[in-house]
Design a protein around this ligand. Structure first.
Ligand code: FES
Length: 194
């Protein structure tokens, strides 16, 4: 062999050339991409676990408190209420005005707590004249199981076991608004005069 001749690599047993340095083998590439994939999946799982623990920790800082409406609340000035029965949807309470006296009656059915609806008899049924309805001209009906209450809250039909309760009403010395104290039930004759 002359000094200018380049030595040839011997053929492999299968007759092909061996892998040269720097060349990539398909099997090696597959192993590398599989390893990379598994690394990513493992990293993702760790991140998810960390996020879960972080959420659990932050959640533990917030107390499990049930926020309820305060039992004592202002409902507006007396002149905002017309003669008769006004329903305060958000408070589930009726404000009953008779001239310059005011009462607050619960709208929560004493059976299972549905909201009762106010119903006024029409004049043909009662045979009375116009003007504000008397307590005999009005009633409260529960849509859930059919309880019926007279105008003064007394149940007379259906499963309701007790009358609709009345709550204490006061006049705020600050701004003249009516204050209903739903934590204090009163006699059905109780009313505040303004
Ligand atoms: S909840 Fe009113 S009748 Fe049952």
């Amino acid at each position: 062999m002359s000094s200018n001749e380049v030595p040839q690599a011997p053929p492999s047993e299968s007759g092909t050339l061996r892998d040269q340095p720097g060349s990539s083998h398909p099997a090696t590439e597959a192993n590398t991409s599989r390893r990379s994939f598994l690394t990513r999946v493992g990293g993702g799982a760790v991140l998810v676990a960390l996020a879960g623990q972080t959420y659990a920790f932050l959640r533990s800082l917030v107390p499990n408190v049930l926020y309820e409406e305060p039992p004592r609340f202002k409902v507006g000035t007396p002149d905002q209420f017309p003669e008769g029965v006004s329903f305060l949807d958000d408070r589930r309470v009726f404000i009953v005005r008779e001239k310059n006296t005011f009462q607050a009656m619960s709208a929560v059915c004493t059976h299972l707590g549905c909201t009762v609806k106010f119903r006024r008899f029409d004049r043909a049924q009662t045979g009375t004249g116009g003007g504000a309805p008397s307590r005999e001209q009005q009633e409260f009906l529960c849509p859930c199981h059919g309880s019926k209450y007279r105008g003064d809250g007394t149940p007379y039909a259906g499963p309701a076991p007790r009358p609709l309760p009345f709550f204490r009403v006061e006049v705020s010395p600050d701004d003249g608004q009516l204050i209903v104290d739903a934590s204090e039930e009163t006699d059905r004759e109780f009313r505040v005069t303004v």
